[in-house]
Write a protein that binds this ligand. Structure first.
Ligand code: ZN
Length: 335
């Protein structure tokens, strides 16, 4: 049997050696598996389903701009005050300086933990202010407070509702007491809206905790929450460690806050925009018309009572005088 000659090319071997080893087939990095039911979705499916698991309804976190686009008609909005940047008045350093943390957060594409925009929901104009948990845990610092206050003033000036979505770990510790002051500032913003007769719709997303829950997030005119969202001042783990007591499974969750009366409704994210649009339509009814309707009903009631008083001579004169007006009875009749 003839031997077959084998040609070995060193160059070819070298070339092969330089080539990267074939990688195992891997799913695209934007595929995500549901932490509850392990269903996997492509990025396009996730976008179409507004980052909600189509199998079990688990709600993934949503970035600020993405959320504004989800709520707005046709995803169109005009973002406001993107030029505002956090200062570092305390020169705060933990394991790294505060400005470096802000830079790292900005590198992900958002300028702060609150995104404000002019938009329309259900065809009705409104101002939207959405917190972004991916920016330093959605913490409320001086820029968040300033943008929120400006959003309130803008809504009041334009006479349009404010729609806000909270997702926050609380006040930003790197700004110390300046961050805590934003709690009062946001409440003053709500007072401005109340004086202007402008409604506020608050949507509580996961998680809404600390100084944000203890300020504007808990005082909306209408309050919705997303399913499963943690809504509490302190998280259950912190409370359990402090009190050494076991808390119920559903502690602070949207559903338990609904049963406790802190939330008006738990609304699936896929229904949120439509629900808010319908609500804005109801709230759009001009108050003067409602007031005049109430006045006319009251007036009709008075006139009807007066007619009845005239028709019933047995009614004491003093009472008849009170109803009909005019001079009191001169004969000192029955009282
Ligand atoms: Zn799922």
């Amino acid at each position: 049997m003839a031997r077959r000659q084998i040609h070995v090319s060193i160059d070819r071997l070298r070339g092969q050696r330089d080539e990267p080893a074939p990688r195992p087939q891997k799913l695209p990095s934007d595929d995500r598996a549901c932490p509850t039911c392990a269903s996997t979705f492509r990025a396009e499916e996730m976008r179409h389903n507004l980052n909600v698991c189509a199998a079990c309804g688990y709600h993934w976190p949503v970035g600020g701009r993405e959320r504004v686009a989800q709520l707005s008609d046709d995803g169109a909005y005009d973002e406001l005050w993107t030029e505002l940047r956090a200062a570092d008045p305390l020169r705060f350093v933990d394991i790294q300086p505060y400005p470096r943390r802000v830079e790292a957060a900005e590198a992900k594409g958002t300028t702060e933990a609150l995104v404000c925009a002019d938009a329309r929901i259900g065809g009705r104009p409104c101002v939207i202010a959405v917190m972004d948990f991916s920016f330093l845990g959605g913490s409320m610092g001086s820029v968040v407070g300033e943008k929120f206050a400006r959003a309130c003033e803008r809504a009041a000036d334009r006479g349009v509702p404010l729609v806000t979505v909270s997702a926050s770990g609380g006040a930003r510790m790197q700004e110390g007491v300046l961050a805590l002051m934003q709690m009062a500032k946001t409440i003053v913003g709500f007072e401005v809206l109340r004086d202007a007769g402008v409604p506020v719709i608050v949507v509580l997303a996961h998680p809404t905790t600390g100084g944000v829950w203890a300020s504007f997030a808990s005082v909306g005119d209408v309050t919705y929450a997303e399913p499963g969202a943690l809504i509490a001042f302190s998280g259950p783990r912190v409370i359990e460690q402090t009190t050494r007591e076991k808390l119920p499974e559903d502690f602070g969750r949207a559903e338990s806050q609904l049963s406790n009366g802190h939330v008006d409704a738990v609304v699936d994210r896929r229904e949120l925009s439509g629900r808010i649009g319908r609500l804005l339509g109801i709230l759009e009814q001009p108050p003067p018309a409602t007031a005049s309707l109430a006045m006319s009903l009251a007036q009709n009631g008075t006139e009807r009572a007066a007619r009845m008083a005239q028709a019933l001579p047995s009614i004491p004169r003093r009472l008849r005088q009170r109803v009909l007006g005019g001079e009191p009875p001169a004969d000192g009749g029955p009282r």
